[in-house]
Design a protein. Sequence first.
Length: 156
Amino acid sequence: MKEAEIALVNQGKGCTIYTIQFLMDMDSEFEKFVNKFKNDAELNTDFQRLIGVLGKIAGEGAFERYFRLEGKANDRVAALPVLQSKLRLYCLRLSDKILILGNGGVKNTQTYQADPELQGYVLTLQRFDQLLKEGVENGSIEVTETSIETDNIFEL
């Protein structure tokens, strides 16, 4: 079990963007993704396009058209980008106004399940989504239209 909390990435006009921060790690899940690919010459175009989409989401909103559904029917796991790209950034789209970024990688397989690294990122987000839902139910987490209010430490 690893302990994690939710960390603010960007509070834009259209969307509040969070990420998962494991307490034992220096970098958040989104920072790990950025650090993996920001200097990768081969994937730079895909990376820049993905960062551009995140900027658009912050300004306009996390509309469904920006995402590819990835998880199971009962969770909110999605991936960026929808366009042709080798990169996948996994996230939880709670609404048009709230997005939680996870980690991601290069998609070389037909499905994320066929790649242990990508599957791990999706499973982390599925577990986090479940804990968020439980926290909302028991009152320890409040999700407003544009924010998530909690002091919870999540056991993932």
